[in-house]
Every structure is written in C-alpha cells, then in structure tokens.
Design a binder for this molecule. Sequence first.
Ligand SMILES: C[S@@+](CC[C@H](N)C(=O)[O-])C[C@H]1O[C@@H](n2cnc3c(N)ncnc32)[C@H](O)[C@@H]1O
Length: 306
Amino acid sequence: MNDAPHVPVLKDETLGLLQPGQGKRIIDGTFGFGGHSLAMLEAGAEVLGLDLDSVAVDTCRRISGDRHGLKCKQISFRDLDVAMADVGWEKVDGVLLDLGVSSFQLDDPAKGFSYRADSPLDLRFDQEKGITAAELLAAGSEAEIADLIWKWGEERGSRRIARALVRARAEGPVDTTFKLREVVQGVLPRGKKPEPVLSRVFQALRIAVNEELDALAEVLAKLPGLLHPGGVFVVISYHSLEDRLVKRFIDREKRDCLCPPEIPACVCGHHKVLKPLTRKAVRATQLEERRNSRARSARLRAAEII
Ligand SMILES: C[S@@+](CC[C@H](N)C(=O)[O-])C[C@H]1O[C@@H](n2cnc3c(N)ncnc32)[C@H](O)[C@@H]1O
C-alpha cells in the first residue's frame, strides 16, 4: 500500500453533523484509510468500521490494536444490519457512508481502478467475491455492455465503445486496463479528449461489478430502522448517480404523505421518517478543493431520523 494516507473529504462538516462523543455509537460503513473514523474515535465515540476491501479492514484492525472503541468487519454496508447483529449493537447514533474509491485503491495496480497503470481489469473492492470487469466484458452481449456504459457511465459513445469491445474480444480477451484503454481510444471521434471518456467507462464497470447503486439503495432503506430517533446519517457521493439516489431517498422520506395531489386525504399510510439536515448538497470549500483534488466532486447530504 502507498504510504501517503488517503485524505478524508469534508471531515469537519461530517463531524459537525454526526456529533461523535462519549457514549455515541457510530458506523463508518466505508472505513478506507480510517480518516473519518479516527476523528470520531478521538472525539470519544465507539466506531464500527466496515469495508469490502481487505487492505482497508487490515488497516482498521491494526488501528484497533492501539485504539479503544474501534471494531472492524469485512462486509458490505448493504449488510449493515448483519454487521450490527454480529457485534451486538441494536441501534446506532450515526452512520457515515463516504462512497467511491480510496486513494490507496487507485494506487494499487492489482485493483485495476486506474486507466493510468497497466494491470488486470478487476475493479472489485472485494477481490474474493463476484466477477471481475474482464469477466463481465467477456460474457456480456454488445447491448448489455452498451447499456451499462450508458447507464452507469452516462457516456454518450456507449454503443460505439461496446461494438469495439465485442470486436476486440473476438481477437483476444480485454482483460487489462491498458487493453480496455486502447480499445476505447481507438473509437474516439477525432479531437475528443480520452480522459473523461475513460473515466466514465471505468466508473461504469466499477459500479457494475460492485453493484454499487444497488448496495446504496439497500442500505438507505435500512437506515431508519437501524438508527435511534435523533440518529443521523451522512452520505458523501462522488458522482451524480449516487447523489441523485440519496437526494430522492431523503425527499421521499421527509414527506408525510405520498398520495397524488388529486386525492385530498392521505390514504397511503406513508409517514415521514426523517428530517433533512442539508437543504442542498454540501460541497468542499475552495481551500479544501485546492488541497485535495478528490474533494472537487464530493457532495454531502445528511438527515436525522425522527
Ligand atoms: C472514499 S473511501 C473511504 C475513505 C475513508 N472515509 C477515509 O477517510 O479514509 C471508500 C471506501 O469504501 C469502500 N467500499 C465501497 N463500497 C463498499 C460497500 N458496499 N461496503 C463497504 N465498503 C465499501 C471502499 O473499499 C473504500 O475503501
């Protein structure tokens, strides 16, 4: 692992919302390098750190050897309820999800997260489970590949890229980051910058192999039942698909009635379960963006369970 630590994004804003302190139990669902967790432990909270990546969980276990109040589990945050049952926690005071990729993962060539280094096309957070991006590209039909690049990468050239990938795999597997890069670059319209397109294609594949949006939707639905009344969740997203999902969840669950306006009395039985703590998505300050380029795309939303 690279020695340079991952710099936690929007740390002060997160702590301000979660208010970690003595007697509070908080779940860091995306432990990573532990930047947010360490700050919460220092404030006196008990923290349960979860991550899918074995390197992140090893880091958590190493820190927990010196730090009282930190527990660690290698599990997806979509199974937050299972992780809580394992450590005997019934309800918690706060949940943090700092989504996306950690700097140490981008720097780890074995993961294949970056198109800047040549490595196997894996892209899984947990390399023991599920299928790799290379396997996905080998098995998918042209239409399936085009759909996922469009849906999760929002890349306009999705059909052209999918056609090129299917043509390329007939000659040999597309199983390294550089092979994928070569195929994508080979079908770019003249004058188009490759980096943004490559970022979108890699993002789409990462979301697909890790089922990232499904995991996020599942954990959001579980949160109201797992937090104490007054408990707070904070989600930091790094692309619009994640942020939209969180925004829609908060917008829906802050309402007391979901009946259409033509029905005068609410009969749907939906009751509001949360109070938004962020009117608009919170963004990093210019100073933080200058110090940490990852902060540029960060959008934080938070809500309190009522
Ligand atoms: C942006 S990093 C978190 C950084 C962390 N807040 C810090 O300060 O070091 C995101 C982490 O979430 C993990 N992750 C992604 N999806 C996950 C999931 N479904 N369940 C648990 N961890 C996940 C990744 O492995 C990565 O370590």
